[in-house]
Ligand binder design. Structure first.
Ligand SMILES: Nc1ncnc2c1ncn2[C@@H]1O[C@H](COP(=O)(O)OP(=O)(O)OP(=O)(O)O)[C@@H](O)[C@H]1O
Ligand SMILES: [Mg+2]
Length: 503
């Protein structure tokens, strides 16, 4: 910046001298003409272009987006070089204290080999002058001034400014504090200051590194997410809304919720935990969706329990009426489900209707313990793009947990555990529970022994259960071999109905 200031200084001195001469020796009409020409000539000699970015444009309350983006960009790129910094507390940021360059401070930047100068300044205002604007700060209007050589005009005005604004927005997004939203019951939507979603700061520590799962499967999911994140142009090209649906299924404690948290942390997205039973009808579901932000994961946990969306409504009805006669408390249970009128078609519209296309990238995740119970319409390809099974703990997943909980990569007891995991169906949640030291003096060996004991018990129980099932089957076969054959065929209408499939 030194050389620029030296050049500017000598130019300013020349201009002032020429103006002074003109003022002094020429009559007014000639003086005006001469001044215009002098000005033109000086601007020809002065080879730099300046662009200013005011903090508030016009008289609007809103701070200029460009100014904010430039400030963020410069804070990250130049706060190390600027000598005088300004500290500001920024709301909703991971790092609430943001340092940016102070007024009248300059920094340089470089873009494709071209040097540029940024200066933070403010206009000086007359403190006695009455301002019509509420938004003009008493100490003047702030602005950033960008100076560059005129031969780079196109590069700077077309590419560089775009780059700065984009990078500034990305930095702000990266540094923002992410939120976990839950929907409020609609009865409270119209109250004072009540909004449709309540939020808290999202601070779940789960990551893909700590998620116990086969490496290959994990990489597949990560690649899918990365492809989605970078797919803005691709989605626009194929004419599809920029969204992706995942169905996570598996027994309780296999890590479905943990995976959602890992996904949110990986993508740096907000999470909207949608409680469908609190949504009155499809219209309200739509209103909730419109109020979600871009870069969000919308989660419906336990979709099979949230609503009677399994397509078995009619089949179940008769059964429930019978049950109600026997047990009246069943009726109350059913009533509470009926009070939510979100239908399967409402939910499908929610997923792939035009409503889901408003705004930017969105991920929709359903979780269930019973994938077979879901209506095929809900999970068909294109609607839920990827089905991910979270299953019982395999040896590879155990190794991740051992690393997380005990900080070990290998141990002589691992071989025994590997053999036991092949025969015992145990969830990662159970493995984690057993690996956790119960007291301060429990070492790695003791923790692994605890797990082995637990796995032995599970293995024995499973063995007994299998033996019992085999015995019962044998007894049944003896009683009525034809009945058993019929029962074994899953293709009979009775069985399909009983299992909750839709014909
Ligand atoms: N795959 C996993 N990797 C790491 N930790 C896991 C995994 N699965 C379960 N856990 C541990 O077990 C606990 C329960 O897991 P989580 O809540 O994710 O299970 P879930 O599949 O969502 O169960 P549910 O069906 O009951 O909702 C977690 O807090 C986590 O500590
Ligand atoms: Mg869960």
């Amino acid at each position: 910046m030194g050389e620029l200031w030296a050049q500017m200084g000598s130019l300013m001195a020349t201009i002032m001298f020429v103006y002074a001469m003109v003022e002094r020796f020429f009559p007014t009409p000639l003086r005006d003409t001469l001044q215009i020409h002098t000005h033109k000539m000086m601007s020809l000699l002065y080879p730099y272009i300046q662009i200013t970015f005011p903090e508030f444009s016009g008289e609007r309350l809103k701070r200029s987006e460009a100014y904010t983006a430039i400030q963020t960009y410069l804070s990250e790129n130049s706060s190390q070089v600027a000598k005088r910094l300004k500290a500001e507390v920024v709301k909703d940021s991971q790092n609430p204290l943001v340092l940016s360059m102070d007024d009248d401070e300059e920094v340089t930047d470089e873009f494709q080999g071209v040097k540029l100068w940024w200066a933070a300044s403010k206009t000086t205002t007359n403190p006695h002058a009455y301002s019509f604007s509420y938004y003009t700060p008493p100490d003047g209007k702030r602005y950033f001034k960008l100076t560059f050589h005129k031969k780079h005009r196109d590069l700077i005005t077309v590419s560089y400014i775009k780059h700065v604004l984009q990078a500034g927005k990305e930095i702000a997004l990266r540094n923002r504090q992410r939120k976990l939203y839950t929907n409020n019951p609609s009865s409270g939507w119209y109250g004072y200051k009540q909004s449709k979603w309540s939020h808290i700061v999202f601070e779940h520590p789960a990551t893909f590194e700590t998620l116990a799962m086969e490496k290959r499967k994990k990489e597949e999911i990560i690649n899918d997410l990365v492809k989605f994140r970078n797919g803005k142009d691709y989605y626009a090209k194929i004419g599809k809304a920029w969204k992706r649906g995942y169905l996570l299924y598996g027994p309780p404690g296999t890590g479905k919720s943990t995976m959602i948290a890992a996904m949110a942390n990986f993508m740096n997205y907000d999470v909207y935990d949608l409680e469908l039973t609190a949504v009155k009808d499809n219209t309200e579901l739509r209103k909730l969706l419109i109020e979600t932000s871009s870069k969000a994961i919308i989660v419906v946990e336990d979709i099979d329990c949230s609503l009677d969306l399994t397509g078995q409504r009619n089949m179940k009805k008769e059964k429930n009426e019978e049950e109600e006669l026997k047990d009246p408390s069943k009726k109350d249970e059913e009533e509470s489900v009926k009070s939510s009128k979100v239908t399967l078609s409402g939910l499908l519209n929610f997923i792939d209707g035009i409503w889901s296309a408003c705004g930017g990238e969105r991920i929709i995740i359903f979780t269930t313990n019973f994938v077979d119970k879901l209506d095929p319409a809900l999970i068909r390809t294109g609607r839920m793009d990827k089905h991910i099974e979270l299953s019982y703990c395999c040896f590879e997943a155990f190794k991740v947990l051992a690393k997380n909980y005990l900080d070990v990569d290998s141990h002589h007891l691992f071989a025994i555990i590997e053999n036991l995991l092949e025969v015992a169906n145990v969830t990662p949640a159970d493995v984690a529970e057993n690996l956790m030291p119960k007291s301060l003096n429990e070492d790695v060996e003791t923790c692994l022994q605890n797990l082995i004991q637990a796995l032995e018990v599970i293995k024995e129980e499973a063995k007994k259960k299998l033996e019992e099932e085999a015995r019962l089957k044998e007894e049944k076969d003896k009683e009525d071999p034809t009945q058993h054959e019929k029962k074994n065929s899953v293709h009979t209408v009775e069985d399909v109905k009983e299992n909750g499939f839709i014909l």
